[in-house]
Design a protein around this ligand. Structure first.
Ligand code: A2P
Length: 349
């Protein structure tokens, strides 16, 4: 990589934005310039980066002049308002919100799963939902060897998925409850500390919430498997920043446990964590701050000859968001896909 990229982070003051900054630094991304954008609330703040105090600017239509790449993580409404404008100005936007994920013109990319889809971008690439990324990282390598016919998953999602303020709220709730006071509930509808509740995103007519449908629809798009049968239950748990998932897979043919272990032990971005004697398996505290998705407790489903059970934990902010976005950026640079491809290109879905 000999050329340098002018990057803007939209949502630079948030949980994912903070991690994006760390990753651009630690992965030595070829930066020519870095612009930090957030809401007017943060204008005038500075953030230290590589020995400099960079100013945070309130995002505006002019923020994307002379920018090659935008890493956006400021919510769906902000992305809807600004991503098309940035793309019009010639930047490529890697968007962490759900705004464009199911748009057929927008590739939805996990570099370990469907890197080629990124080549079809028309200025915007969507970063999938965090629970979807973590599940796909474990399921895709198995699916490549023995096609999966049905996925049933339950998630145990940390506060970080709702942003930095939500993480602070859980800590404040725990303190308040321990003091016998009423816990604050601004980000979440109910106390999360010492509690859990089904994911509080809007429900559809079939009783599934938005988060659950993201796992269904996004996995289908990423796997290019529009008919894949998927059912999920998403639950928010009082963990700060790594998500866990219990996943049941049904294959067309039996997938021996030993084979599944070997496949996952060699899968990129996955780490097999199993100590059966010690009853030690992936835990959110071990996944926190790590790049890999930790997978374990792989066992034959007692109720189905072609079924397999597994358990995973992954850092929601890292592989579930910021790391995946930076990996997409690295992919664009490495394959020279940074400028939009032919305007007629469409995503294979
Ligand atoms: P700000 O800190 O100025 O509110 P998190 O996911 O941790 O809650 O972070 C959300 C990020 O998105 C923050 O950087 C936040 O900036 C930014 N953001 C939220 N709303 C807007 C907006 N309307 N315009 C630009 N940035 C926004």
């Amino acid at each position: 990589m000999s050329f340098q990229i002018r990057v803007a982070i939209l949502g630079a003051t948030g949980a994912v934005g903070t991690e994006l900054l760390e990753l651009l630094h630690s992965r030595n991304f070829p930066l020519a310039d870095l612009k930090l954008l957030a809401s007017p609330r943060s204008a005038g703040r500075t953030i230290a980066f590589q020995g400099e105090n960079l100013p945070v600017e309130a995002v505006s239509d002019h923020s994307f002049d002379n920018v090659d790449l935008v890493l956006a993580s400021a919510g769906g409404a902000t992305s809807k308002a600004f991503a098309p404008k940035a793309a019009e100005k010639g930047a490529v936007v890697i968007d962490n919100s759900s705004a464009f994920r199911l748009d057929p013109k927008v590739p939805l990319v996990i570099p370990e799963v469907n890197p080629e889809a990124a080549a079809t971008h028309q200025g915007i690439i969507a970063n999938p939902n965090c629970t979807t990324i973590l599940m796909a990282m474990a399921v895709w390598p198995l699916h490549q060897v023995q096609p999966v016919q049905r996925i049933v998953a339950a998630t145990y999602q940390s506060a970080s998925g709702a942003g930095m303020r939500a993480m602070e709220e859980v800590k404040a709730q725990a303190e308040a409850i321990l003091k016998g006071e009423t816990p604050p509930t601004e980000c979440f509808p109910y106390p999360l500390a010492f509690n859990l509740f089904p994911h509080n995103s809007p429900l559809n007519d079939q009783g599934y919430c938005e988060e659950e449908m993201k796992m269904v629809n996004e996995t289908r798009k990423i796997f290019n498997a529009p008919q894949l049968r998927i059912s999920t239950t998403c639950v928010r748990v009082p963990v700060l920043r790594a998500h866990s998932e219990a996943i049941n897979l049904e294959f067309g043919q039996p997938m021996p446990v030993a084979q599944a272990r070997e496949i996952l032990a060699n899968a990129p971005g996955v780490r097999l964590v199993e100590d059966w004697k010690a009853n030690y398996f992936p835990m959110p505290i071990d996944a926190t701050g790590r790049d890999e998705v930790l997978v374990g407790r792989i066992r034959q489903d007692l109720s189905h000859p072609c079924g397999l059970e597994l358990w995973l934990c992954g850092d929601q902010i890292r592989k579930g968001a910021a790391l995946n976005a930076v990996q997409i950026a690295e992919l664009l640079v490495a394959r020279n896909w940074l400028k939009p491809m032919a305007a007629t290109a469409t995503v294979a879905y």
